[in-house]
Design a binder for this molecule. Structure first.
Ligand code: EPZ
Length: 425
């Protein structure tokens, strides 16, 4: 597996183009199978997870081809299989989002249960309950969710999620689009990915209102048509690069970043001492004269995103004073902490909270991570550490950050990717 070698100490200065959001693009690709028309997705990031989703769609008999640097054309003329196999789902949990679309379009879906992952147990019970509320007949067989449409078809229903779930909301919303009658989803996830998905579905002929709020109303339609849609900017990439600017004492103009989608993280950066300047084409983030510890608690949108927790914790390791970081979404999302310890960070974990006491300097070390956001947090640490940091197993990084090493190098980072062959040699 590739690794990154980083020499710390350089300020990052320049402009970076923010890519399309991975977590939105994956669901948009899944939704594209709900029509026999052609769907064109602009601003699709070139990432390992997108490749995995293409493989998954290919297995269903759906073509998803690149037609430009970041443009993908998806055509699900016919669905040839209803199975999302274990080998693909175990690589990428987001595969579960084909459950609702397959069920609605094809009448039958068999999707492998994803199992646990590095950040928590992550069950899919709420996806199943929500689809059952629409009348789906669901059995768990040999590690697969087997879902069928009942004889009369799916029927709209009122369902309130007992807990906010992004994937669960998306699966129910997609299935409800082709159900008979009206569906009202209560306690829906308000994440921008959900709103982006609803926007594309509406462009395909769906009738969805309220996406982006906690109540979504869907009036079922008979059929969807093709459309062209542009994937929303990646708020997590923008937040990650904003941290890179502040930590390194730099000044980055994040082109395409949407201030409204990262209002809470930007507010934390301001409180930590940074200057934030939103403008017509993005957001400029500039380090201030000081970096001050700030407390953070992760919450569903519009709260502070769990997907930025590791990056902000890394920033707090070199801030003045202490910060308390509390993770409320996933039970095991502190996997970056032992690696940050190896770089000299002072962090104490107590249940779901981490007390971070700022140190003067981090020190370079070989490190490794087991999930995407933990990996990028180690890259951030490497950018400010004394000496060299080697981030091993960057497979996870490539799942979710488009050309991150190139983007950082272009702004002054000293960062080299070593390919498999070089490591083997
Ligand atoms: C999405 O995961 C994102 N993934 C995650 O990003 C993100 O961290 C998460 O939302 C929260 O914002 C994708 O969009 C592909 P959830 P998802 O259902 O939909 C529990 C990244 O780094 N839950 O909102 O799987 C669950 O265990 C990734 O890009 C149930 O109990 O998250 C968690 O505690 C990691 N039962 C909470 O709800 C269910 O049926 C929220 O999970 C479903 C979820």
């Amino acid at each position: 597996m590739d690794r990154l070698r980083i020499q710390g100490g350089n300020k990052l200065i320049g402009k970076i183009q923010i890519s399309g959001a991975k977590n939105a693009a994956l669901k948009l690709m899944a939704a594209a199978i709900m029509t026999d028309g052609k769907v064109t997705l602009n601003n699709t990031p070139r990432l390992a997870d997108i490749k995995t989703m293409r493989e998954l769609l290919a297995g269903l008999g759906v073509s998803a081809e690149w037609s430009g640097d970041n443009q993908m054309k998806i055509h699900a003329q016919n669905i040839m299989s209803e199975t999302a196999p274990y080998d693909i789902v175990r690589k990428m949990r987001a595969s579960i989002t084909v459950l609702g679309p397959l069920l609605a379009r094809h009448g039958h879906a068999r999707v492998s249960l994803p199992g646990g992952c590095a950040i928590g147990a992550r069950p899919v019970d709420l996806h199943i309950e929500a689809l059952k509320a629409l009348g789906a007949e669901i059995a768990l067989e040999e590690g697969y969710v087997d879902a069928r449409v009942p004889p009369g078809g799916l029927t709209g229903a009122k369902y309130t999620f007992p807990k906010v779930t992004v994937g669960g909301t998306e699966n129910m919303m997609m299935a409800a689009v082709l159900a008979k009658g009206t569906t009202i989803i209560g306690n829906a996830a308000r994440e921008p990915d959900v709103a982006d998905l609803a926007a594309m579905l509406n462009c395909m002929g769906a009738k969805i209102e309220g996406a982006g709020t906690d109540t979504i109303t869907i009036t079922g339609v008979e059929k969807l048509n093709g459309c062209t849609h542009t994937v929303v900017a990646d708020r997590i990439e923008a937040g990650t690069l904003a941290v890179a600017a502040v930590m390194t004492g730099g000044d980055l103009d994040l082109i395409g970043a949407r201030e409204d989608l990262i209002a809470m993280p930007l507010d934390i950066l301001r409180r930590a001492g940074a200057f934030i300047e939103p403008h017509a084409n993005g957001v400029r983030v500039k380090a201030g004269d000081y970096l001050q510890g700030v407390d953070i608690m992760t919450e569903p949108f519009p709260g502070f995103p769990t997907d930025l927790q590791a990056q902000f914790m890394t920033m707090m390791t070199i801030a003045s004073g202490a910060s308390m970081i509390t993770e409320t979404i996933f039970e095991n999302r502190f996997m970056h902490v032992p690696e940050l310890h190896r770089m000299g960070a002072d962090i104490t974990i107590h249940h779901a909270s981490a007390l971070v006491r700022g140190v003067k300097k981090l020190k370079g070390a070989p490190v490794m991570a087991t999930d995407l956001r933990a990996s990028v947090s180690l890259v951030l640490a490497g950018l400010v550490a004394e000496g060299e940091t080697t981030v091993n197993r960057i497979y996870h990084l490539d799942r979710g950050y488009e050309a991150v090493d190139k983007k950082l190098s272009a702004c002054g980072a000293q960062i080299i990717r070593e390919k498999d062959e070089a490591i083997a040699a």
